[in-house]
Design a protein around this ligand. Structure first.
Ligand SMILES: [Cu+2]
Length: 173
């Protein structure tokens, strides 16, 4: 599912009808207060000033994702990409944790059985939204096909504090 939500600002035009002079009596005019109180500053959804790769990189970098070493792994041109879920020495990693794929790729998270129970849950700002089962079953899989360009930004909720984050950037080609 692709989240196309884009914040729209509805401007309350204060149509003050100041022109009714001919009506003689009146005196009361446009008392309508503008009602747009949306002061939220969440910066996503602005028409692509930052592409999927930049957003994916920033996400795993900012969250200090385990096994992320400063650049996304290029796995473009593949029909399917498997991300080990429960990788690394202690089983608290996604491997690869940061990856670039082509649109149309099926992303498969495959549980290793290590590190306890994991899940894969999209975070704010992700263009794809999903939540997997929470399980420790070796060989369990979840998958998402990325049909459009965008970033998948996700976390394993139980191991957030251990740095179990990951990101996928889906690009054309
Ligand atoms: Cu986990």
């Amino acid at each position: 599912m692709r989240n196309l939500d884009r914040r729209q600002f509805v401007r309350a035009t204060a149509a003050v009808a100041a022109t009714g002079a001919l009506a003689g009596c009146s005196g009361n005019g446009g008392g309508n207060g503008n009602g747009n109180g949306n002061g939220n500053g969440n910066g996503n959804g602005n028409g692509g000033s930052e592409g999927p790769e930049a957003r994916a990189e920033a996400f795993v970098s900012d969250n200090e994702a385990n096994l992320y070493e400063g650049s996304l792994e290029d796995m473009t041109g593949q029909d399917e990409v498997v991300i080990a879920t429960g990788a690394g020495d202690n089983g608290f990693s996604f491997d690869p944790s940061g990856v670039v794929v082509s649109t149309g790729t099926n992303i498969v998270w495959e549980w290793t059985g290590n590190g306890g129970a994991h899940n894969v849950v999209s975070e704010d700002g992700s263009d794809y939204e999903f939540e997997s089962e929470l399980t420790d079953e070796e060989g369990y899989t979840e998958d998402v096909t990325v049909d459009e360009t965008g970033a998948i930004l996700y976390v394993c909720v139980p191991h957030r504090a251990q740095g179990m984050y990951g990101a996928v950037a889906a690009v054309d080609g």
